[in-house]
Every structure is written in structure tokens, then in C-alpha cells.
Design a protein around this ligand. Structure first.
Ligand code: 26Q
Length: 826
């Protein structure tokens, strides 16, 4: 028989000859349907089509992706490593299509084949590997890094379950698991060859998210990397997001098998894999869950081993570490990188302490995302002792030298050493992760001007005095590709027609529409784009959640995690006051308004869950009252997600950013709203301040106490005064307390009375309420003159350029990392 030369010949020989694919442009897609799914393309459903189409896109980008890696290996540039416990990626299909530049070809192909791309896009689950702002920021950053052609890798965890799915049952939040990997994910590539051993000083068992440590018996986990492509705009650079999955070694199992403990070996594997089972859904309230401690260490151990292996493979000497590697810590969650890098340099590279410390601190940098004291991470010394004894030893030595240095350099002042120590003394000794991150790195940054200033002056003033050169600001940003170009096609098209192409990567060009803000024809086109974004959203929410909304009303939107400091409660009370005014004066001259809320509450955050119940209860009452329903509607949209935000933000008229001043580090949805022509109704907090500076106070609605006033007025503040002296405040609160919204469940809102009155209203809702209501009236009045409204909204779009994450990343690259682009040749 003739020797078989290739696969086609083989297929022919066995009578399964080459499949005839029509044309060339769709061959990739049809091949995937036939070969992966073994289905007639004409019979395929949307899920198979999604997988086939995504795989086809991966085929398109695979070679470029490989070439990017090879380019970095050959050029050996200084590279950025972004370490984060969260990457809130959302969907990838549309963004990869957009950034690869094949969107237009796709449109033609869609028409020719009669395939509904919009439908198959909806089949992709969100990669919800994050809680909120911090996780989404990481996702925007890696997209900008790729777009700017920077050599970078993102490192995170491949959780089997992302942020929980939120259902609303009888008005209450109910959490459901999010098994996003149940179906195969077409984007990820497993790299079992690059697995990393993760030794632990003890073994453990898991119960209810808590681990029980079994001292003495050392064990080992294995980290298996799964890579995802991060396509830069234009498709030139395709970087990697590397997510680690925990498992155990095959050899380890084998040992157990031969000793006869088959069951034990298999259940140990399940135990090991529980380390990356689920994302912790608590943002900003740290609860001492010990499994989280293991997750953080696992991320750090795997990522640093990978970084160092790459660094050495490229032939670099240890002394070159800070010239080739920049590691950015996304909050303190990966702060164990400080002792871990020291351990590698001391124990594996055999360097002296002084040399290792110099290299380590010059390599690491830390970003702080919160001022809330309860959110600052602290881990029991006991956990380190049992699981990571060598790391604890290193932390103690860092602390000893640090406190020594401080005493030597500042003998005159009696700096309170106990305050700055890396170790908090007390019943249970704890490691202060923020102190560790600041001392062990060369840069500590906040995420908006005001936040960076408060961090320096209020949160860690001692450190800012000891290391003034380390503290800096990097105001957050968001990627305009996902948040404007993709999310808002009509506005994007209007912008392109007006300023030309190129604004996607040069947002300064948007300034060109500024002079058109007063132009009636441009205003009309702008309002038409807003209107189509509204119908797009209204149609989508009807289809996915069966909620009916009227696109001809003002969309007043507050979407974010539910938290007291974010003050959804302030918005809810304001809605009640508005409702009462309408009941009092049915002819009240206000534009019809839809108040939209969405957001998840941490499962153990009881008051946040009560706030959700309050909002859903207000919605039920207000929406069913014929006296008011033509003027005021309220909706709580379930399961806030990246995808929901992409539909809703373009449709918004008003962006609610009403945190107690001094509490929101930055905010990033505020930037997305601005780019999409919503007007900010906000307090002088976080990036709201910079937004109103860019757009001008006359083009935003700012109100409320400043952060200084919050600090200075707190001692004198008395919520009872407002309750007793403001009739509208009293009426609204009495309705909540008097079961007007909870007739069938009396008493459920007592926790709200407690927080607002009994416990003194820590977040000062009532202090800002009157001015908030007055400002809402100004908003309503302006909306009645659509061209005046459009003028301000257009200024918001035109002046949003500062808030591109490209600007943020360029600042990190110049001022912290010293990393330059490393273009991939065509
Ligand atoms: C920590 C320990 C244990 C379990 C969970 C956590 C944890 C997880 C997530 C703590 C905090 C977070 C998330 C914080 C966060 O999203 N912060 C937001 O970061 C944004 C990006 O910088 C800012 O814009 C927001 O102002 C800030 O609230």
C-alpha cells in the first residue's frame, strides 16, 4: 500500500475524505461546527455557533499570540506583571472581534450566511472573576497594556465559580452559584507543561470555606496555568492573562494508590482543587476566611515562580531583576509577594539580605484601593506559622530591620513603633498586609487625587513621612474600546463621522466635538444615538429579565455594589420624597423618570440585603400607584454584571455617584457614564472631583458635604435634628418605619431606623439629603429642555479623554514601571 503522506490522504483512504466547505471566509466557522461538534451547520443552535465562532476567532489570533510571546522572549525587554486576585473580564467575543479589526468583515459574512451574530454573542457567559471596581480595573488595564503594545502578563486565579448570580425572590437577594466553566471555554489554553509546585508547611482540610490545619505533615499543591489571549486594539499585540488552577501532582496520587488508599488519594485531589473553587464575594469587608489566605499565597507562589523562570530562561543575571521585571500588586491581596520574592532571592539565588532586599523592593509596587479601615487586610501570625513558616521568619526579619532603621533615623521623635509595626499585637497577633506592601515596595499609589491625598494624610501618615518619595497617585481609567466603541455603536459611529477614526486610542480627539455642543443638528444626532442605546437596553432587559421599561423617560441610574458608604439608601429616600410630592401635587411639572438600581450585596452583609429589599419594596408600591406611575418608576435590575453594564450605561441620562465624601476611592463606572454622555449627579468624592474638573462644574450636578466637612462635622452631626426639623425627611422615613412599603412583612426595615437614627447615621445620609433632593429638581428641570440637556451631555463625552485607561497605563509605565512598548513585527 502506498505510504500516507498527509492527513487528507489518510482521510481519503478511509472514505472520510475532505469535507467540502463553501467559500473561504466562513470555512473556519463551518469546520468548527462539523469537526468539533459533529453537527450539520444548518442544524446548529446558538450555543454551538458561539463555540464554533469563538474557536474560529482563536484560530485567527493564535499565530499572532504566539508571535507576541516569541517577540518578548527574543527582545528580553523590561516586562510588567499585574498580580490580581480578580479579573472581571465579562464576555470576550465582541471585544476580540472588535480589537482584531474583523467586525466589518463579520457584518458582511453575517448577511451572506443568515447567521444572527447578536444572538450567539448572548450565549457567552460572563467571566465574572471579580467583585466589582478592582476586578474590572484589572481587566481594563490588561486591555490597555496590549493596545499600547507593552510587554505584560496578567496573573490571577481560575475560579471554577465566579461572582454569584443574584436572583431576586420576593424582593430579597438570593445567591446562586455561577458555574461559568460548565461548558467548554473556547478562549482558554491549558499549559500543563508549565505547572508549578506549591509546598505548604502543613496539610489541611476544608469545611465551610474555612481550613483546618493539620500541623507537621507538609504537603504540596500544584498550580496549572490556563492562558487567555488579550487582544490589543488593532490586533498587533496579543498578550496573555495567565490564570492558575489548583490541583495535586499525579505522582502524589500514585504514592497513595500503591499504599492502597485509592479513596484517600482521590478525595485529596478534590481537597486541593477546592483552593481555586470559588471567588470570595466580599468586597471591602474582610472576613478572616483562612481558605482565602491559601488562595492568596497560591497566586503569589505560582506567579512569582513563573516570572522568575522566564527571567532566568532569558539569560538574565539576578542583579538585573528590577531592570527586567516590574510586579504590580493589585491591593494587598497578593502582598505575600514581598516575603516570597525575598525567599526566592535568599534561598534559591543565595543572595545576601541587603542585596535581596534592594532587588525585591525595586521590583515590587503596590496599589491601594480603599481607605475603609475594616477592609485593610490582616492575617493571623498563627496561619503563617502553620502553613508558611519560612515566610513568617522573613516577615519578622523585615520588621526587625525596619523598626531598627526607623529608630536610628528618627531618634528624636518618638515614632510610635507599635503603630507602624508590620505586626499588630494583641490577643491574636496579626500581619498587617498594607504595612508589608508599603515597606516592601518602591511605590504606593492611590487611585484618584483625593484618595491618594487621604491615604498619605489620614490612613498611613507615618509611612508617608518615612517614605515620601514612594507615594503617588494614578487616577483610574477605563478602556474606551469596550465601554464606548463596543457598548455604544451609535454614539461611536457619530463620533467617528465627526472627528474621524483614531479616537479609540487617542481620546483627546473627542475634544473636537466640544464646539458642536450648541449645534442643533449635532444635538439631534446625539439625542438619536442616546435614544437607540435606550431601546437596545430596553429590548435586552425585557428579553433577559422580563422587565418592561419606557425609553421615553429620564433614565436615572445607580449601579454598583450595595454598600452603606455608596448610599443607595440616600437615593431610595429621595425617591420616596419625589413620590410624596407627586401624590401631593399630581400635576407637578416634572419629566417622567425611571430610577434604576442594580448591584450585589455581599452574602453576609445583612444591612446591604435589607437595602435591596427596601428598594424592591418601594418599586412595587410606586410602580403600582396610578397617581404616580406616569411620572415615576423604580426598578431593581437583578444580577448586575459586566454585560448588564455594557447595555445600561450607554442608555443612562443621569449617573448617580453619591458616596459619603472621602469613602469612595475613585469609582470607575462614573467614567464610563461620562464617556457615554450621562451627566454626573454626585458628591465631591473619588474621581467625581476630577470628572467635574474636566467637564466644568456647570456640566455636572455636584452636591453635598466635602470630605473635610464630613471629618469636621461628624462630632456635631445629629441625624435626629434632620428628622425632627425637615418635614419631607420625616414623612419619608416614617413611611419606611411605619411599614408603608412592607405591609405584609411589618418590621423588616427596623435595621434602617437603627442605622439612620439610633446608631447616628455614620455615612451622614440625612446631612446631604436636602441638597440632594434640590439638585434632583435641577436635573429634572434641565431634562425638560432637551437641547440644553444635550449640550451638557455632549461636553461630557468631549471631555472624557482623561479617563481612558490608556492614560492611566502610560503613567504607570513612565512613573512606576519604566516599561516601554515592545512592538511585534508584522
Ligand atoms: C479582601 C480580603 C478577603 C476577601 C475579600 C477581599 C476584598 C475583595 C475585593 C476586598 C476588596 C475588594 C474590592 C475592592 C474594590 O473593588 N475597590 C474599588 O476599587 C476600584 C478600583 O480602584 C475603585 O474605583 C473603587 O472606588 C473601590 O471601591
Amino acid at each position: 500500500m502506498k505510504k500516507i503522506e498527509n492527513l487528507t490522504e489518510l482521510l481519503n483512504r478511509y472514505g472520510c475524505g475532505p469535507i467540502a466547505f463553501s467559500g473561504t471566509s466562513d470555512a473556519l466557522f463551518e469546520r468548527r461546527l462539523v469537526l468539533d461538534h459533529v453537527i450539520d451547520p444548518k442544524q446548529s443552535g446558538p450555543r454551538e455557533q458561539f463555540e464554533a465562532f469563538a474557536s474560529a476567532m482563536r484560530d485567527v489570533l493564535a499565530q499572532r499570540w504566539l508571535k507576541t510571546t516569541q517577540t518578548y522572549d527574543a527582545a528580553n525587554p523590561k516586562q510588567v506583571y499585574y498580580l490580581s486576585m480578580e479579573f472581571l473580564i465579562g464576555r470576550s467575543l465582541t471585544s476580540n472581534v472588535t480589537n482584531l479589526g474583523v467586525a466589518q468583515a463579520l457584518g458582511e459574512w453575517e448577511k451572506a450566511k443568515g447567521i444572527k451574530v447578536a444572538e450567539l454573542v448572548e450565549e457567552e457567559p460572563d467571566a465574572g472573576l471579580g467583585n466589582g471596581g478592582l476586578g474590572r480595573l484589572a481587566a481594563c488595564f490588561i486591555e490597555s497594556l496590549a493596545t499600547l503594545e507593552m510587554p505584560a502578563i496578567g496573573y490571577g486565579l481560575r475560579y471554577d465559580y465566579g461572582i454569584f448570580r443574584q436572583e431576586i425572590v420576593n424582593g430579597y437577594q438570593v445567591e446562586q452559584p455561577d458555574p461559568w466553566l460548565n461548558r467548554p471555554d473556547p478562549w482558554e489554553v491549558a499549559r500543563p507543561n508549565d505547572e508549578i509546585p506549591v509546598p505548604l508547611g502543613a496539610s489541611f482540610t476544608v469545611k465551610g470555606g474555612e481550613i483546618a490545619v493539620h500541623r507537621g505533615h507538609a504537603t504540596q499543591l500544584i498550580g496549572v496555568p490556563f492562558d487567555r489571549p488579550i487582544v490589543g486594539f488593532g490586533g498587533k499585540t496579543i498578550n496573555t492573562l495567565r490564570l492558575w488552577k489548583a490541583t495535586t501532582a499525579a505522582a502524589f496520587d500514585f504514592g497513595e494508590f500503591s499504599s492502597g488508599d485509592f479513596f484517600g488519594a482521590v478525595s485529596d485531589k478534590t481537597l486541593a482543587e477546592s483552593v481555586t473553587r470559588v471567588l470570595y464575594p466580599d468586597d471591602s469587608t474582610q472576613r478572616g476566611r483562612s481558605l482565602r489566605f491559601l488562595q492568596e499565597y497560591f497566586l503569589v507562589r505560582c506567579s512569582l515562580a513563573d516570572i522568575i523562570a522566564r527571567f532566568r530562561r532569558r539569560g538574565n543575571d539576578w542583579s538585573m531583576l528590577p531592570d527586567k521585571v516590574a510586579i504590580q500588586l493589585n491591593d494587598t491581596h497578593p502582598a505575600m509577594a514581598v516575603p516570597e520574592l525575598m525567599r526566592i532571592l535568599l534561598d534559591e539565588a543565595n543572595l545576601s539580605w541587603e542585596n535581596a532586599w534592594d532587588l525585591s523592593t525595586r521590583t515590587l509596587a503596590y496599589t491601594n484601593h480603599t481607605l475603609l479601615p475594616e477592609a485593610l487586610e490582616k492575617w493571623p501570625v498563627e496561619l503563617f506559622e502553620a502553613l508558611l513558616p519560612r515566610h513568617l521568619e522573613i516577615i519578622f526579619e523585615i520588621n526587625r530591620r525596619f523598626l531598627n532603621d526607623v529608630q536610628l533615623k528618627h531618634p528624636e521623635e518618638r515614632v510610635r513603633l507599635s503603630q507602624i509595626s508590620l505586626i499588630e499585637e494583641g490577643n491574636e497577633r496579626k500581619v498587617r498586609m498594607a504595612h508589608l506592601a508599603i515597606v516592601g515596595s518602591h511605590s504606593t499609589n492611590g487611585v484618584a487625587e483625593i484618595h491618594s491625598k487621604l491615604l498619605r494624610t489620614k490612613t498611613v501618615p507615618e509611612f508617608a513621612e518615612l517614605f515620601p518619595e514612594r507615594f503617588n497617585n494614578k487616577t483610574n481609567g477605563v478602556t474606551p474600546r469596550r465601554w464606548l466603541l463596543q457598548a455604544n455603536p451609535n454614539l461611536a459611529q457619530l463620533i467617528t463621522e465627526t472627528v474621524g477614526a483614531g479616537w479609540e486610542t487617542n481620546m483627546a480627539l473627542l475634544r473636537k466635538i466640544d464646539p458642536l455642543a450648541k449645534d442643533a443638528a449635532f444635538q439631534a444626532r446625539f439625542l438619536a444615538a442616546k435614544r437607540s442605546a435606550k431601546t437596545r437596553f430596553v429590548d435586552w432587559i425585557k428579553k433577559t429579565a422580563d422587565i418592561s421599561l419606557d425609553p421615553d423617560t429620564l433614565f436615572d441610574v445607580q449601579i454598583k455594589r450595595i454598600h452603606e458608604y455608596k448610599r443607595q439608601l440616600l437615593n431610595a429616600i429621595q425617591v420616596i420624597i419625589c413620590y410624596n410630592r407627586l401624590l401631593e401635587t399630581p400635576s407637578l411639572d416634572v419629566p417622567p423618570r425611571t430610577v434604576l438600581f442594580a448591584g450585589k450585596a455581599a452574602p453576609a452583609y445583612h444591612l446591604a440585603k435589607v437595602i435591596i429589599k427596601l428598594i424592591t419594596s418601594i418599586a412595587r408600591v410606586v410602580n403600582s400607584n396610578p397617581m404616580t406611575r406616569n411620572k415615576l418608576r423604580v426598578a431593581f435590575l437583578p444580577n448586575y454584571s459586566c454585560t448588564l453594564a455594557e447595555y445600561l450605561i450607554p442608555a443612562a441620562d443621569v449617573s448617580e455617584q453619591i458616596s459619603t465624601a472621602g469613602f469612595e476611592a475613585s469609582g470607575t463606572s462614573n467614567m464610563k457614564f461620562m464617556m457615554n454622555g450621562a451627566i454626573t449627579l454626585g458628591t465631591r468624592d473619588g474621581a467625581n472631583i476630577e470628572i467635574s474638573e474636566e467637564v466644568g462644574e456647570e456640566n455636572a450636578f455636584m452636591f453635598g458635604l466635602t470630605s473635610d466637612q464630613v471629618l469636621n462635622n461628624r462630632a456635631l452631626y445629629n441625624p435626629h435634628w434632620h428628622y425632627e426639623n425637615e418635614p419631607e425627611t420625616k414623612a419619608a422615613l416614617d413611611m419606611i418605619f411605619g411599614n408603608y412599603f412592607s405591609a405584609d412583612e411589618p418590621g423588616i426595615f427596623e435595621p434602617i431606623r437603627e442605622t439612620l437614627l439610633t446608631k447616628g447615621d455614620y455615612f451622614m445620609h440625612l446631612a446631604d439629603l436636602t441638597e440632594y433632593v434640590a439638585t434632583q429638581s435641577k436635573v429634572a428641570k434641565l431634562f425638560q429642555t432637551q437641547n440644553a440637556w444635550a449640550e451638557k451631555a455632549i461636553h461630557n463625552v468631549a471631555r472624557s479623554g482623561k479617563f481612558s485607561s490608556d492614560r492611566t497605563i502610560e503613567q504607570y509605565a513612565h512613573e512606576i514601571w519604566d516599561v516601554k512598548p515592545c512592538p511585534v513585527l508584522p
